[in-house]
Design a protein around this ligand. Sequence first.
Ligand code: F6R
Length: 242
Amino acid sequence: MKIYRATDYQDMSRKAANIISAQIIMKPDCVLGLATGSTPIGIYKQLVEWYKKGDLDFSEVVSVNLDEYRGLPKTNDQSYDYFMRQHLFDLVNIDPANTYLPNGMAEDSEEECLRYERLIQSLGGVDLQLLGMGHNGHIGFNEPGEAFDTMTHCVKLQERTIEANKRFFASADDVPRQAYTMGIGTIMRARKILLVVSGEEKAETLRKALCGPVTPEVPASILQMHNDVTLVGDEAALSWMA
Ligand code: F6R
């Protein structure tokens, strides 16, 4: 695992954006696995800035997102589809037809999971998967205890995740109770993984994920078994590392 230590959130965002940017330059028609949440916002901002300066071209890029809430239409401003358009897709020259997320409104959830997994395969797999990490070590919506070999599936959200995400909704009651997520098996198939972690409150979980046993209790710990992971963390998240 390559570890880049960033001074702060902005520096982390710029370093991670550089890695994504290099991927796009080296392979203009790459498949990017993308994430939502607060951590990647600065990365997307930086990518948009470079696109506007003429340094980046998304015209051939394909994207597949990690996850989406079940039951929220794309028009809902808390859907991940909306988030991606707001922070990246509407601001760069990516072809909207090349941007994929699970369909939160699909009637048959099992069918939707299969469709999404097949779609990723038909695109030739993910070249670079961007990942944030939850306070409990979750990646995507794969919560502690989730088996390591799962493919795209529909999960029931844990109370802690509902609590953490309620800041984006009017109340905790409005947070959807289910979500679609790439499984850990899906994530591990990506050719490269870029993990970004910021903030002191995630430092202890990050230490366990990197240095502790590989266990489903810390989903991100599985990344120790992937042969091409880059972590970009800020000082606060990496404070425990000498
Ligand atoms: C988002 C996702 C989640 C987040 C994680 C961290 O697509 O899959 O696993 O990466 O919850 O969220 P933030 O960045 O908001 O702390």
